[in-house]
Design a protein around this ligand. Structure first.
Ligand SMILES: Cc1ncc(COP(=O)(O)O)c(C=O)c1O
Length: 479
């Protein structure tokens, strides 16, 4: 007898999934991907049950379900027939080839460019030492945060649909005025799902294809990718001890992307004279500055320098921040503080792009900040992270000695350990990954021709034992 299903079905009694559901799913896939052709007759439920060693009832259930879904047609002969048009592969003229290549769509320039830009995902599996950019979530006041969420969930039953919750705008501004010297009106605060969303929004509003943008080199890959995908001509600007350098002949920028609080990835603090020079330069060249203050809250040595945005009388700075570093990564809330004259345009763009954060989350954050829990958590984490930074610096000195040169950062959540230019830091990073330690290579963060090499190590999320264990692995791999 011809059995078109011979060898194609594989049911298992060892999984929790009922046999009828397994059979339905497997038959559906065979039809959908064209391995069973339209018009093909299948065995009757009795024959199917016999050949598979299952009950007739189970086989009938699967067939009836697929008839109901339109994959099979019941027939007089009791042998169901594969329906016409149930397979994408046969519905398109290209047959198998067409279903295997969904990328036959013409992609936008933006999407094409994105796939060419290398920006590794923040997590590749379970986070582990020394994954950068992660806070220690074990230390977060989950109990109180849960209470804020519950209150907010109850109170936002009758929400208005505006994207930016005034309570959060005001609470955030109060916090930033104290800590970063920023003064703005609530309407200038645009609440977005992450700093990265903020970068996308800023790019969309201010950048045209072909525009020249300066970015620090080494610098933040998320910004580089977003700007390059938008078609900007992104120029990597080398750093000196004070941060982004302004001298040198380069094309005049329309935008400068910088991380003056703790330069990403070197951790250097841009002193106030360089900040003022940068503002002056931006005014002269009519450029906007994006100040990414992603972890500006954690400052360890001396007093933090006020944010660029607070020093700027000419409203050239767009200030960018995120809650994902000072709370927990799952609090997906970032913010952009824009010059007053741009606020309506940004709010409009935000609405059109649908970059909204749930009102419940915004209200919960407003309460969390308003009750003082945010500031006291930041203060506690600052003490903790400072000790962890010191621990990592000491452990590296003891374990790897001269092989790595560490710049102890004045703040932030990660540090840069430089190695000799002859070392392939990408290969080293792969080796470390296999040995159980995450260490991003510096050479992947460079946007100008440079022989700088090194490893970028996050210390905030790891306790002393984890730091010590990670450093021992590092030492072993380097030796
Ligand atoms: C320099 C810099 N800017 C922005 C971000 C993005 O923050 P978010 O997670 O809110 O998108 C990060 C995250 O690591 C960062 O390191």
């Amino acid at each position: 007898v011809d059995d078109p299903l011979r060898g194609l079905l594989d049911l298992s009694r060892r999984t929790a999934e009922p046999l009828a559901r397994q059979l339905t799913g497997q038959l559906r896939s065979l039809i959908a991907d064209g391995r069973l052709r339209p018009g093909q007759r299948l065995p009757s439920s009795r024959a199917l049950a016999r050949s598979l060693g299952i009950s007739r009832n189970t086989a009938s259930q699967a067939i009836e379900q697929l008839v109901a879904e339109g994959y099979l047609v019941a027939s007089q002969s009791r042998r169901p027939v594969v329906a016409e048009g149930a397979s994408l592969a046969t519905a398109t003229r290209g047959g198998k080839e067409a279903s295997a290549q969904p990328s036959r769509f013409r992609l936008s320039r933006w999407a094409q460019q994105l796939s060419r830009t290398h920006w590794p995902p923040a997590y590749d599996g379970r986070p582990r030492a020394f994954q950068p950019g992660l806070p220690d979530e074990r230390e977060f006041p989950h109990e109180f945060w849960g209470r804020c969420l519950r209150h907010a969930a109850r109170s936002s039953l009758h929400v208005d649909r505006s994207h930016n919750c005034p309570e959060l705008q005001e609470a955030l501004l109060g916090h930033l005025a104290d800590l970063r010297g920023i003064k703005a009106q609530p309407g200038q605060v645009i609440i977005v799902p992450s700093a990265q969303a903020g970068i996308a929004l800023i790019t969309r509003v201010l950048i045209e294809a072909g525009d020249v943008v300066w970015i620090e080199s080494p610098g933040y890959g998320g910004a580089f990718a977003a700007l390059q995908a938008a078609g900007a001509e992104v120029i990597g600007v080398p750093l000196d001890a004070e941060g982004l350098t302004l001298a040198g002949r380069r094309k005049t920028p329309r935008m400068i992307f910088a991380t003056p609080s703790h330069q990403y990835p070197t951790g250097r603090l841009m002193p106030v004279d360089r900040r003022l020079a940068l503002l002056q330069f931006a005014r002269k060249s009519a450029a906007a500055i994006v100040e990414d203050d992603y972890d500006g809250e954690f400052h360890y040595d001396g007093r933090p320098v006020a944010a660029l945005a607070s020093l700027d009388p000419n409203a050239r700075v767009v200030y960018l921040g995120t809650f994902s570093k000072a709370t927990i990564a799952n609090v997906r809330v970032g913010y952009v503080i824009v010059p007053e004259g741009l606020a309506p345009t940004f709010a409009l763009a935000q609405r059109h792009l649908g970059l909204a954060v749930a009102v419940t989350l915004q209200k919960a954050l407003a309460e969390f900040i308003g009750a003082g829990a945010y500031l006291s958590h930041v203060r506690r984490m600052t003490r903790l992270y400072r000790a962890r930074r010191d621990r990592l610096v000491q452990a590296l000195a003891a374990e790897v000695g001269d092989a790595l040169t560490v710049e102890s950062p004045a703040g932030g959540m990660q540090l840069l350990a430089r190695c000799a230019p002859s070392i392939d830091d990408v290969a080293l990073s792969h080796r470390l990954q296999r040995a159980g330690v995450t260490a991003r290579p510096l050479s992947e963060m460079l946007y100008h021709r440079s022989r700088e090499r090194g490893l970028f190590l996050g210390f905030a999320a790891w306790n002393e034992a984890e730091i010590d264990a990670g450093t021992r692995v590092l030492g072993r791999c380097l030796r």
